[in-house]
Structure formats: C-alpha cells, structure tokens
Design a protein around this ligand. Structure first.
Ligand SMILES: Nc1ncnc2c1ncn2[C@@H]1O[C@H](COP(=O)(O)OP(=O)(O)OP(=O)(O)O)[C@@H](O)[C@H]1O
Ligand SMILES: [Mg+2]
Length: 292
C-alpha cells in the first residue's frame, strides 16, 4: 500500500488560504509480516510531541474495551506517571512499579494492580522510570525487555495491552514499539503535527528494520475543534494524504475528557453519555475490527 507523500505546510500567513506542500515522508505502509496469532493485541500509544492526548487515549480506549467485556492491561511507560494518576494511584506511594519489572526479574503481573474499573488492570509508574530510561542504555538487547515480559504472561490473561509512552524517544519508547502489534499515533490538527509525525514515521521505519518487522501504525486525530477553520483545513489535508493509515474516528475537544483525571475515572465512568465517551467507543470498535 502506498500513500501520497505530503506534509501539511503553510506557505502564507494564517489569514490567507493555507497551502499543502508535498514533501517526502517515510513510506507509511502496512507491515507485510503477519500479526501475532496468540496472546493479547498490544497497542503502543506514542507521539514524541507532548500534550496530544496519548494518556487520555490510552485510558479512554482501555476503559471502552473493558466496558465491552475485554480484559485490558494498561502499561504506564511515562515517568510523568499521568496514566497511573488518572486511575487514582499516587506514584510517590507506589513501592512496586513497571521499573521493577524492567530492571529486575519481577514479572509484570507481580507489579500490576487492579483498577477501580472492572476488567482494567495497570502496571503503574513513578519518577523512577526516568532513571530506568537511562540505565537501560547500557544493557544488552534492552529494547526487547518489555516484549519478553509480555510473552511470559499467561497468553489468555489479557485481550489487549495498551502502552502509554512518554513524549520522547528513549529506551522506554523503543521497548513499547518493539513489543507492539500496533502503534497508535494521536495527532492534533495543528501546524506542528507534521514535524512530530515525520519523526514518528522515521522511528517506525527503524523499528521495523531492527526489532519489530510486524509493527503497523494508525493515526488518530485528537482534540479536534470543528469551530476552528485552521483545524478543519489541516484535518482535510491530513485525511487527503494519509487516509489509509488513519482511524475514521475523530476525537473532538470535550471538557469532560479534560475533567476525568481530576476524578480519577475514565470517561466511561465519569461521563458515560458524553460525546467524548461515544467517540472513544467508536475508536474501540474500530480497533476490534482492525486487521479482521
Ligand atoms: N478530547 C479532549 N478534549 C479536551 N481536552 C483533552 C482531550 N484529550 C485530552 N485532553 C486534555 O489535554 C491535556 C493533554 O492530554 P494528555 O495528557 O492525554 O496528553 P499526552 O499526549 O499524554 O501528554 P504528554 O505528552 O505530556 O504525556 C490534558 O489536560 C487532557 O485532559
Ligand atoms: Mg501522557
């Protein structure tokens, strides 16, 4: 599958019509290697750009899958520990976290916790992960650690594993992308999206060559503001050139999604009838259909 090579780029001041300039992006194609037939389907939610709704997507999507009766493990791979916080865990009080699994022989299950959401477990994080990110550089084959941990879990225990990545491309993110079946890239409809997208696609190319030839990826538009003209134009441009690798679902701006972390609840519990909840349910449905 080939996709036209484009990147959204304004040539004129923002009050005139934005123009789309073609440039080369690393080939966004489906990996040709077959997907894993056993074990949970693993999704890494990753974008080097900060604040694009990686954590919100990880939590909301996980909660929607759990709501559908699937068993889901969330893995917080961000030293900021926002995913852990958003489920009510206090990182500074956690004695055992994902760091222990990555640095010692502790299993992921031994450091995982049940959340208050039925069907949703989490491997929490705290600031120690920042140190782990540095320590791993000196370890042989460090990028395979998470993949091996996931393979050693009883393969029937979880249907889905969702990994929340930090806004950086360090050893932790390499672990996530090496372990993943699918890279989900949240993007906002703004000018800077093209730069971060380029970096993610380039990294994916390297990961496919080195550690995970079966890695596929899909883009998800998040925090879409339909009232904003530039946002609408960039959405058209992104969809025009990258539609084969995009989820059809678009996540719009929704204040309720912003409020969720303060109540330590995912949108399915905090505001189950809102647009945000419905849109993440639609994304969950697309993920269920993905690869069928
Ligand atoms: N659809 C949405 N509507 C409104 N606010 C949102 C939406 N999605 C996320 N947010 C808010 O935007 C902010 C950034 O979201 P989030 O923390 O999920 O991004 P992130 O990519 O994980 O950030 P980081 O790169 O720091 O890890 C948060 O305050 C979140 O509550
Ligand atoms: Mg985050």
């Amino acid at each position: 599958m080939t996709v036209s090579k484009s990147v959204f780029h304004f040539q004129k001041p923002i009050n005139s019509a934005p123009r789309f300039e073609s440039r080369s992006l690393p080939a966004p194609a489906m990996a040709e290697v077959e997907q894993r037939s056993t074990g949970p389907f693993t999704v890494a939610v990753c974008n080097q750009k900060g604040g694009v709704a990686k954590t919100t997507t990880c939590l909301s999507l996980g909660a929607c899958l759990a709501e559908q009766g699937f068993s889901v493990l969330l893995i917080d791979l961000d030293p900021q520990a926002h995913l852990s916080l958003s489920l009510g865990f206090q990182p500074q009080h956690l004695h055992r976290t994902g760091s222990d699994a990555l640095l010692t022989n502790s299993s992921l299950i031994s450091v995982s916790r049940e959340s208050a959401v039925p069907g949703l477990d989490i491997v929490p994080a705290n600031q120690q992960l920042a140190l782990v990110d540095k320590i791993l550089y000196s370890r042989k084959s460090y990028e395979l650690l998470l993949k091996r941990h996931l393979e050693s879990i009883n393969q029937d225990l979880y249907d889905y594993v969702l990994i929340d990545c930090a806004p950086a491309f360090g050893t932790l993110t390499l672990n996530a992308l090496t372990a993943a079946d699918l890279l989900l890239v949240p993007i906002q409809c703004e000018y800077y999206a093209s730069k971060s997208l380029r970096s993610v696609l380039e990294l994916t190319k390297v990961i496919r060559q080195k550690t995970n030839p079966a890695l596929n990826y899909q883009l998800l538009i998040t925090m879409y503001d339909r009232r904003n003209r530039i946002c609408r134009l960039i959405r058209q441009q992104i969809q025009g050139s990258l539609s084969p690798i995009m989820f059809n679902t678009i996540i719009e701006i929704d204040t309720k999604l912003k409020e969720c972390p303060a109540y330590a609840q995912p949108i399915t519990q905090y505001a189950p009838d809102t647009r945000g909840a419905q849109q993440y349910r639609a994304l969950a449905k697309e993920l269920l259909d993905y690869g069928k």
